[in-house]
Design a protein around this ligand. Sequence first.
Ligand SMILES: N[C@@H](CCC(=O)N[C@@H](CS)C(=O)NCC(=O)O)C(=O)O
Length: 229
Amino acid sequence: MLTIHHLNNSRSQRILWFLEELKAESNGTFDYQIKHYQRDAKTMLAPDSLKQIHPLGKSPVITDGDLTIAETGAIVEYLVDTYADKHWRPQRGTQARNDYNYWLHASEGTYMPYMVMKLVFSKITQPPVPFIVRPVTKAVNAQVSKEFLDPNIERGLQHLEQTLDGQDWLLGNELTAADIMMSFPVEGAAVRFGLEKSYPNIHAYMQRFQNRETYKTALEKGGPYQLGL
Ligand SMILES: N[C@@H](CCC(=O)N[C@@H](CS)C(=O)NCC(=O)O)C(=O)O
């Protein structure tokens, strides 16, 4: 049976959601199991046991028979290829398929790096960085945010906001695996920047997927999730 090696409070949550979607529409033919891993409370890193599954020791990672697959996008592609109905991915050779590929990759390739950098730079302004150097690290953080991170994050969110204008999902009115991929940066953006006022379409989009029964079940199974780590 397919196993998801799930780290609490992580990107793995969206794979759990996708697995719940696949399970719900399979009429009992598809199921999976979860192996839970807990972050170190101090460092927030994954336990070493995850490195026994894949050398990088990151989550998500799945095992399915003899196969081990890491990296969210690669896992989503595998699940679409192996277990999903056609409606999860537009047909080859169409503009919709190019748009789908774009969002599938933009999630980890464009949206997440800026957000992770934002998180990392905010950390250099706080303990354990010594009090005496914090005025300097705060100035560095402020400058990098102003000149580089904030404009890129804003541009990304505006692009997403425009894409979602007048449609429920990224590709139109059908939920696809691209939405599964983009759910994590959307949740991260909601926690860090708030979306309701400046990005109403993204906010409504997030509510739309968070209200799905499959999403709620995945949340229960995954354990506490503070979003956006
Ligand atoms: N681009 C990778 C990122 C994987 C990643 O960094 N996962 C985080 C969880 S959100 C992790 O495992 N962190 C724990 C650690 O680095 O020890 C993916 O999408 O799978």
